[in-house]
Structures are given as C-alpha cells and as structure tokens.
Design a protein around this ligand. Sequence first.
Ligand SMILES: Cc1ncc(C[n+]2csc(CCOP(=O)(O)OP(=O)(O)O)c2C)c(N)n1
Length: 797
Amino acid sequence: MIEEFEFELRERPTLTFAQAEVLSDYRLGWLSRHVSLIGRREVMSGNAKFGIFGDGKEVAQLALARVMRPGDTRAGYYRDQTLLFALGLLTPQQFFAQLFGHTDVTAEPATAGRTMNAHFATRQLDADGRWVSQLATPQSSADISPTAGQMPRLVGLAYASRLYRELDVLRDLSKFSRHGDEVAFGTIGNASCAEGFFWEAINAIGVLRAPAVISIWDDGYGISVPNEYQISGGDLSAALAGFRRRPDTDQGFDLYTVRGWDYPALREVYLRAADRARVSHIPAIIHVTEMTQPQGHSSSGSHERYKSPERLEWERAYDPLRQMRAWILETGLADPEELDAIEAETREEAEAARERAWEAFLAEPRAEARELAGLLTAVAPLADDPAALHALAANLRDASRPLRREVLATAHTALVRTRGSQAPARAALAAWHADYLARGRERYGSHLYCEDARAAARVPAVPVRYADDAPEVRGFEILRATFDVWLARDPRVCIFGEDVGALGDVNQGTSGLQQKYGPLRVSDTGIREATIIGQAIGMAMRGLRPIAEIQYLDYILYALSPLSDDLASLHWRTRGGQAAPVIVRTRGHRLEGVWHSGSPMGALVHLLRGMHICAPRDMTRAAGFYTTLLQAEEPALVVEALNGYRRRERMPANIGEYSLPLGVPEILRPGEDVTVVTYGACCAIALEAAEALEQVGIDVEVIDVQTLLPFDLHGIIGESLKKTSRVIFFDEDVPGGASAYMLQQVLEVQGGYWHLDAPPVTLTAQPHRPAYGSDGDYFSKPNAEDLFDAVVSLMAV
Ligand SMILES: Cc1ncc(C[n+]2csc(CCOP(=O)(O)OP(=O)(O)O)c2C)c(N)n1
C-alpha cells in the first residue's frame, strides 16, 4: 500500500524519483504517528494494558529504512515501529494486534501475544522449524525489554557478515548471506547507553571489524532522567570520540552526529554509513540528537511531570514531522493542501487498521464464550440454582470483550456447582474445560524447547566404542579430538572465547585447532563474557553453529542477562519464529577457591529454562554431549568438570560419532540400600564414599543425572527409589540450590515420595563461597566423609 503510493507519485511527470520518495516517507511518518496517537488512546480507554510508541523518532527511521536491504538485520528496541513499517516487516494492524495482546501468530507474527507491544521480530523459521531464506527481506532479531539488551546480540549479527565474506567454506550457506554483504543495524536510546552492555558491544564490534551501523535515538532523557545523569559530560558524541577510526588502524568506527528532524541530512548520513559498512565492513555510530517524545515515555505516566515548559515547547517546535513538513514546503515539493490530505488520510488508515485488529482480536474469544454459554444452558438443570447458571450463560453471550481467563473461571464455577452429577451434559462441559485449559497453556507456553526435528531429544544415541588397545589419554585430548572432527565436518562450527585461539584454551581443549582451521574458526576474544554470548547468539541467528566458551563457570554471571533474557527465551518469545542454536562451553565445580570452583547450578537451572544444561562427569561424556548438541538446533550449556582435563580416560574409537542422549541418567554403581543422586565432579566422590560404605555393609546406588535440563525423562531415579526407599541428593551448589531442584523433580514430578521409608536428604556445599586455603575446599564443599556420614545417619532412621 505504501509502496503503491510511492509508485503512483512516480507516475507524475513533474516529480523525480527522489521527490516521490520524500512524499512517500512523509506519508509513512504520519501513518506511524497516527498509530502512536491511537495506540495511546487505546491504552487510556482500557482496551490495551500498556503502550510504548515511536512518536518523535519517525524521520530518522525513514532515512534508515531507505538503506536497509534484504538480508540486513536489525537489533533494536521498542521505538522502531516506523522503521518496521517502512521496511514492510510490520503492518499497522499487526502493531495493534500486539498492543492488544493477540495470541494468534498470523495476526501477531512477532511474538503471538507473548511480549509487550513494540517488540519486533521477523519469522525466520517455518512452521516445521526450518530456516526460511533470510535474503528475501530485511530481518529483525527479536526485541527484549532490558535496556541495551539488544547490543550483545548485535555483535554476532554483524560479525557473521565478516565470516561469510572471509570464509570460503561458508559459500554454500545461501539462505543467510551474499558473501557477507549484509549490515546489522542496531538501535538504542540515549539513556540505555549508560549500560555496560553498550560499551562492551561497541568495543567488541570495533575490535571485530564487524559491519554494524548503530543508531542512538537521543531525546535527552531516560524516562525522567536527563543525559547529565546518564553520560559523563552529558554528550554521547563526545564520549564516543575515542572509538573513531584512525588512519593508523583498521579498527574503530565512522562517527556521525545528526539531528533527528533534519530529513535531508539524515538521508545523506545513512547512505554513507550503510555503504561503507556494506562495502568495506567499516562500522558506524550515528548519534541522532534533538529527538522528541511527543506523548512521553510510555502510557504509564506523563512527561509534563519532569520536562520544563520550555523543553515541551521546544519539542513541539522541533517535532520531526513538523520540521519535515516545513522543509517539504520550503523546497516546493508539495503544497500545504497535499500534505494536509496525507495527514488526514493516514489517520483514517490507522483507525481502520486499529478497528480490524480489534475485531480480529475479539472474534475468537467471543465465539468461545458463546460456545460455553450453550454448555452452561445444558448443565443448568443439574445445579441447585439453575438460574445462576443461566445468568452466567447470558453474561457470556452478551460479553463484548471476554477474556479467556474469565471464560475459564465461569466454566470452573459451573463445574463446581454441578459437581456430583454424572450427566452427559456435565461430562461434555468438563471435557470442554480441560481442552480449553490445554489450548490456553499451549497458547502461552509452547515452544520453550524445539518441538520438531531440531530437538536434541530426537538425536539418536550412539554408544561409545573402544578398541581393545584403546590408549589412556588426558581428558582434554578427547575434547580436542571431538572439536577437530566437528570443525572438519561442519563449516558452520566456530569456537571462540578467551584464550581459545592461539593458546588452545586454558586447558588445551582446542590446542592446535586454530593452526589447523584458522583464526576465524577458532578465535580468541577479549575478556567480555556478555558479548561472547551475544556474539554467539547473533552468529547462530544467522545460520552458524557457534561454540562460545566462558572460561570459568564463575564468570558466567557476567553473561547471565544475554543467556537468560535473550537466548533462553528466544524460541519461546517468538513462538518458534526464531532460534539461536548456541552451545556454551564452560568449566566449573571444584578446583581452587572462590571464583575458580563455583557450582551455581541451581541459579542456572532457574534462569535458563529454554536451554539444555549438561553437567558431564568426565570428558568422554562432555564430548558425547557436544556431538549430540551439534546435531540438534537448540541452545545448551555444557559445564565440564575442572578437575577432569588431566585425568586419564580411554580414547573412544568413534570420536565425533558417539552421542549421549539428554535427560538419561546413568547408574554408575547399583546398590540396594540408598540412592545417591549427583552429577559432575561429585560423581567421583560419591563412588569413593560408596566404596567405603560397602566396607561397613551399606550398599549404595550412585546415579549420575548427567543433564539437569532436561531431567531424567524416563524416571530412572524414581525406579531406583522403589528399590532403595532412601535418597540423598548430593552436589556442590549451595543448600537449596540444584539439590533442591533434583529433589522436587524426583519426589514431586516422578512421585518418588511414595517410595520413601525415610526423609529425603540433600547434601550440599556450605552457603558461603568456596574458600581458597589448603583445606578451604574440604570445609566448603561436601566430601566423601560427609557423604559417608550422611548415608550412615539415613540408614539409622
Ligand atoms: C535493564 C533495564 N533497566 C530499566 C528498565 C526500565 N526502562 C525502560 S525504558 C527506560 C528508559 C530508556 O531510555 P532511553 O534509552 O533513552 O530510550 P527511550 O525510551 O527514551 O527511547 C527504562 C529505565 C529496563 N527496561 N531495563
């Protein structure tokens, strides 16, 4: 429709193509403005819960849209509706559908009602989970709400272009790149630039020479807090000056400062910045100043409370659309009547889009409410008070805006009031209620993990084999051999992290591999955990298979937000529309002191739902998980046991072929008296304690859960409890950490409670961090003696 308008204009003999573009942009700017105005009205009138809009940011985004090409990607935030409209990636109707929280993915393709409004995303997977070509349109990676949270991901989205351009082995991946010509466009608000992620990402993009063009939308405030409290010196352009590209280095940025209402200047700046990024992979930062926020930050609150009358007056005068209008009139491109007509027509268009979105949003729940009304009428005679049920049915029939939870609550009430009845009508109501509830859960809960051929659970397990004369090697050699196979087999695989490249990682798991595969496949990074993860997310979204290393598990805390907010939620928050099959490799559990022997597994299990978490007890197991995960397309974390790299293990004969199933515990030692459930480095301690316990006549069954997410999919531990009736959950996390999670899974989910003859026990580390002193480990982490005593006590119950 928008394109048609431009096309029509181009037919006019008196207009040049460039002039037609201007009027088309103006029209789009106003359409977007009306969407913002109407959107806020919808919130104020109670039709939507919350709204955040892109008013005041239109003109710069029109200029940006003019330079984005199919295959380019966006990592941005909630102000970008105009950009999405202009790129044809979002319609006003879809915008309103998200504002209303419409859960139908065809109506609201970005998130199907799972995020607040103005969280944009294109669908990159088809209904069967297969990648669609990213080269057909520009792309938008799925937005998240944490300010600057888009920045780590931008690193990888941009860096992928370098790999596609410079790695010949990637030439055949035709769905993702044309020889690395794609630019990743980042957008961020001025105040969000006070976040560490911003600076870390800028630095990483500069170091990596990744073709990103970053726009800072600067309206002077972050909600109510002005720039002087956000940025040292108050001026982002000045603060960023040190990142400017210098002639003596090929790193650094082109820096631009341009005013957000100056359409011709914006067009010029974006043209130049995008061209240099595309052709020469030179990144740019465009600081767009003097932007406004006509309706304030969001629907919750009014900016009159913190902006001075002078500032408000200035914002009115420098409203970008008003300034653009003045410029059009000045240049004689159109007369006032024509522009008035554009402003009026777009208003109608936006209203019509709102109306369609609203009716579509309500159509299904209304029909469902009427369906239930019929069922209530049928069961009414079964109740003590039929009139009450008839009244509920009437309410449902009349409801103009039924919420599904109200429909469910009404059905529940009717079931309670007719309880005891065996009549078919009540059975029909009960079945309807169960089905409706299940559909509701699916509507909001599906796609946390893959539900198709990409799932790790579908990868066939291949047992490990050994030659008769298999040599005993150090653990790291098994890992290195596995990575070697995968780097040779799959050109998409890249491994990177601190000391991973030239050194071959601090424990030699990648030693020699950079020499063999080059510095782009096996790479050193700066010390920047959040953007190591972001780099991996962006690369994976562009078709690569990154293995990102976090040097020690203790330092994963720096990367928790990208992992939890972005990676773990991605597939779910887009209802299966986007995926990032990232493998995070790290090492943890006992070694030496605080910050090198942490095991915060409970925290990770809590925060990383949507990812798999493997805690292999040795390197043979770790390598088996990597082979499984590289055949699947789901994000996962593998925590290798720090004390296992030098321990000897037999070298498997089928490295890179054998694969370990996820969610399948292994019984390391069968026993009759007590089940000890553990994982990782604690397995060896549990076996040691079990030996000692055997000497005193207690027969312990030791089970390695192997993966915490998923957890024991086939109830192997529950079966063990049927035999032993006693259980200890044993790990190195804090009390109530992952041990409590395992307890909940076994006792509650698997029903293990019913097989117990004694209270369940958790044996964990101390609540404090592991101390360094020579005996610090002994007094901080549980040891074989602790387990021995715990088992003996449990046997005495
Ligand atoms: C990590 C985090 N902290 C706080 C917030 C709450 N919050 C949402 S928007 C915002 C202000 C952002 O201002 P700015 O970056 O200038 O963008 P603008 O909204 O002005 O376009 C804040 C504090 C958040 N979303 N995420």
